[in-house]
Design a protein around this ligand. Structure first.
Ligand SMILES: Nc1nc2c(ncn2[C@@H]2O[C@H](COP(=O)(O)OP(=O)(O)O)[C@@H](O)[C@H]2O)c(=O)[nH]1
Ligand SMILES: [Mg+2]
Length: 112
């Protein structure tokens, strides 16, 4: 009797599907306006830094992938606009996030 598991299975290398485990992770950056959230995201995702201060309107979205012991973790990084004006939008960014990075300015304790 034929094993039903191996029946019709094509083992030719060109037909082998290489699967890679990918974990999706939503991360939010929180903290007062001007503490450096966008700069952290920029550096982490694009390895770039700018002296210009462009206030983030609402929020910005970036992606970065890291390999953790062979598992690709695809991070969806949400950079929030820290200003009070955008506070009502923040809860939208929290939703389904697995981590929040709370940022403050070391040189300004009022941002802690
Ligand atoms: N000196 C210094 N300036 C920084 C640092 N991180 C960010 N900045 C500057 O601080 C300002 C505000 O940064 P930004 O990332 O836009 O803050 P955000 O409002 O929290 O997103 C910008 O002009 C940045 O260039 C830092 O580590 N050191
Ligand atoms: Mg910003």
């Amino acid at each position: 009797m034929k094993s039903s598991n191996t029946q019709n299975f094509d083992y030719r290398p060109e037909n082998t599907i290489h699967t890679q485990t990918v974990v999706e992770a939503k991360i939010v950056l929180l903290g007062d306006s001007g503490v450096g959230k966008s700069s952290i995201a920029q550096r982490y995702c694009n390895d770039a830094f700018s002296d210009n201060y462009d206030v983030t309107i609402g929020g910005a979205y970036m992606q970065q992938k890291v390999n953790v012991d062979g598992t690709i973790v695809k991070m969806h990084i949400w950079d929030t606009g820290g200003s009070d004006r955008f506070r009502s939008l923040v809860s939208m960014y929290y939703r389904d996030a697995i981590a929040a990075v709370i940022c403050y300015d070391l040189t300004n304790d009022r941002t802690f």
